[in-house]
Design a protein around this ligand. Sequence first.
Ligand code: CA
Length: 229
Amino acid sequence: MRRLPGVLIVEDEPAIAELISVNLKHSGFRPIWAMDSATAQAELDAVLPDVILLDWMLPGESGLTLAKRWRAHPRSKDVPIIMLTARNDEVDRVAGLDAGADDYIAKPFSTKELLARIRAVLRRRAPEQDAGVVTLGELSLDASTYRVTFKDQALKLGPTEFKLLHYLMTYPERVHGRSQLLDRVWGDHVFIEERTVDVHVKRLREALGAQAGLMVETVRGAGYRLTAG
Ligand code: CA
């Protein structure tokens, strides 16, 4: 039998936890509810979940504190975290993402949106688990060490540019449309505009430098292609 993905719900309000739990079960997930930080830690120590839904405001330790700790711990550092919160101003959003959250969803949220976000973080995480080196021409990317080199010179890429390059290097010489890239690299194109792709392609070219940057081609009216030249 296929193993159902486990979702740890860290939420002190039973009504919300119950609502999420029922919806997750109906959608093929295995929800585990923890109503406080101590229970959450015990659940995490027992079985590592596939995704954590983490409420910001909890009795005792805050969700933010938990996110930071779990990100810092080798065992839990790769488990995607989606912060749930009633707060939604820019500062808090940044604080949540800085603490290591992968995504952020403001209460009240629709369960449909929540499910979409969960599926998105699972898809986004998946390619990184294919550890290994991919090369194209003199460009080389090591997914296990997060290193990119061109002509043996190390390049510095942001996380999104890294994922984008990883995807393009996995499928080189093909034209990828913007919506396709959003779906495969960002994992969820419902919430991000297509011009976001252009911004990150521009950043990727800059990070690759004058020579390797030319490997990323714009195909007019179609999208982008990575080519060995
Ligand atoms: Ca709460």
